[in-house]
Design a protein around this ligand. Structure first.
Ligand SMILES: Cc1cc2nc3c(=O)[nH]c(=O)nc-3n(C[C@H](O)[C@H](O)[C@H](O)COP(=O)(O)OP(=O)(O)OC[C@H]3O[C@@H](n4cnc5c(N)ncnc54)[C@H](O)[C@@H]3O)c2cc1C
Length: 504
């Protein structure tokens, strides 16, 4: 039986284990076939891990993704600024040790620059980070996903089929676990690998097409483990309920976030900006807003402006430029007014942050897990989503390396690990969002004290390198938020507040 968890370990210790940069030393084949529903960041990362433990991994993806894909319908947020946090980059380099180098060779920018400018309430934060071991990967979302897809599909064990997953297969009888999944093949599909059949036939004898054999006939894929990676609108809860299993409880926080992003040709005559982030926190005389500029592949900038609730950037180019000039640091206005825009301003609204706590259900079928946004999706301004997906894959690897008997054991050991990652990300993002005036969700116990301490630490981080680095490691998901709960750090921040001065 697979070990569930070291119950004595603290959340921070567990988080550190999940965050390991080291590839697993030893892996064992535990299953004949794994099926992954959804071929985006979470599904691809899960497939990479499953290739160490299965004879065959089949990814079912609704969109016709080819390896050079741009934004696509199944990932509508793909046109918006996407930052990969350092912890996510560590995981990508963990599973493919030359991931960063190959992404750069494929076009990700690498100019030896690390000069990210971070403005909090219009004040520039001291830059204190030691130079990273590898160049920071800054790309558009479709580019990064295409790199991951390319790497995953290099494994001869992994193939992608195109179609819409529309249900799970359960073993007969009451309490029968998940034994596969069903999908309706796409009418057309670009095979992602030369050998692929585009999803129209099963590769193994246990696949079965439904009787009429027509284009819309569902294909049944037998599997020892099915991964739901269908994103935040996943139907897994409905499918489980329809077969008599409890739904995972869902928590939501209504963030009402409004994004607008646009691409520009990079031009040194307009600005020398490499990376810039601007955040204003809500206060009596201040509206909460986020802006970001990333230098991405193709010698372009991608620029974002975001607001909450009724503060809604539109698709209008002039309004975008006005907003950049009025509410954000100079480089935003410079690029928006004088830079050459490529394409249009693209907007996106996200109603809520949400999480489904599968570890909380009292009955869980065998043979099924969920990963990525299908488990939890956060306010994107904190950039946690893709990194969380890589950490869920790490949880999957840890759990599978305990050697669970997949036919008899539900994936509790997996979901308990995933909870550690979700709690850490949720704690950072929803705690900050509780300060937004339109959020009326109840405040947790101790909120006022933690809010006061967080503000003291944030203020100190503007000038003090030690505080800044500790805070950064948490916001970039390298460390658990409990790392900020040390009395020593608070005292240091308080000394700065009372006696002033910057520290190296
Ligand atoms: C505006 C915005 C900005 C963001 N910015 C960042 C950022 O800066 N950094 C960051 O890390 N994260 C960011 N995120 C979050 C990030 O986009 C997600 O966390 C990440 O994409 C989650 O990956 P996923 O694979 O779980 O789900 P998704 O990327 O949503 O993919 C789900 C996949 O499942 C497929 N699918 C769905 N249903 C079916 C079906 N029935 N059958 C077959 N396939 C199906 C879809 O086609 C898609 O490929 C942002 C999100 C938003 C909304």
């Amino acid at each position: 039986m697979g070990k569930i968890f070291d119950v004595a370990a603290t959340a921070a210790q567990r988080f550190a284990e999940i965050n390991t940069p080291h590839p697993p030393a030893e892996t064992k084949i535990l299953m004949r076939r794994a099926v992954v529903l959804g071929g985006s960041m979470a599904g691809l990362m899960a497939a990479r891990v499953l290739a160490d433990h299965a004879d065959e991994v089949v990814i079912v993806e609704r969109d016709d993704t080819d390896v050079n894909a741009g934004p696509r319908p199944g990932v509508p947020q793909g046109s918006q600024v996407h930052a990969l946090l350092p912890a996510g980059q560590v995981q990508l380099d963990r599973w493919w040790p030359d991931f960063t180098e190959r992404a750069i060779a494929a076009g990700a920018p690498d100019e030896g620059r690390t000069d990210a400018k971070i403005f909090i309430n219009d004040e520039l934060r001291v830059t204190t980070e030691p130079p990273p071991e590898k160049p920071i990967l800054i790309t558009t979302r479709p580019f990064l996903e295409a790199q991951v897809r390319r790497r995953v599909l290099e494994s001869p064990k992994v193939r992608m089929v195109y179609g819409r997953a529309d249900g799970l297969l359960f073993a007969p009888g009451e309490g029968g676990g998940v034994v596969g999944a069903r999908y309706v093949p796409a009418a057309t599909g670009t095979p992602a690998t030369g050998a692929d059949d585009g999803g129209r036939q099963g590769a193994a004898g246990t696949d079965a097409a439904n009787a009429d054999g027509g284009q819309d006939a569902a294909v049944e894929l037998a599997a020892d483990l099915v991964v739901d990676a269908m994103g935040r609108a996943s139907s897994l809860n409905d499918w489980l309920e329809a077969h008599g299993w409890p739904r995972a409880p869902m928590q939501r926080m209504p963030i009402k976030l409004n994004y607008a992003s646009a691409l520009f040709e990079r031009d040194p005559a307009v600005s020398d900006t490499w990376i810039a982030i601007s955040q204003t926190t809500p206060a009596k005389d201040r509206v909460a807003r986020i802006g970001g500029i990333n230098s991405v592949e193709g010698d372009r900038w991608i620029m974002l402006v975001a607001g909450y609730d009724a503060d809604r950037p539109s698709r209008d180019v002039e309004e975008f430029a006005k907003r950049c000039r009025q509410y954000f640091p100079t480089m935003f206005g410079d690029i928006a007014e004088r830079g050459k825009m490529i394409g249009n301003v693209i907007t996106y609204h996200q109603a809520d942050s949400r999480r489904r706590d599968f570890d909380q259900v009292d009955r869980l079928p065998t043979g099924i897990i969920a990963a990525g946004d299908a488990v939890a999706s956060f306010n994107p301004v904190y950039g946690q989503g893709m990194t969380s997906a890589t950490l869920h894959a790490s949880c999957l690897s840890e759990w599978l390396r305990t050697g669970p008997d997949l036919a008899t054991e539900p994936a509790r050991g997996y979901f308990e690990r995933v909870r550690v990652v979700v709690d850490a990300a949720w704690q950072v993002s929803t705690f900050a969002d509780l300060g937004l005036p339109h959020i009326t969700s109840g405040q947790p116990r101790g909120y006022k004290v933690i809010k006061w301490a967080s503000e003291v630490i944030l203020k100190a981080s503007m000038t003090d390198s030690v505080t800044s680095q500790k805070l950064n490691r948490v916001t970039t998901m390298l460390d658990h938020p409990n790392a900020l709960a040390s009395p020593g750090l608070l005292l240091r921040a308080l000394r700065l507040k009372w006696f002033g001065g910057a520290r190296a």
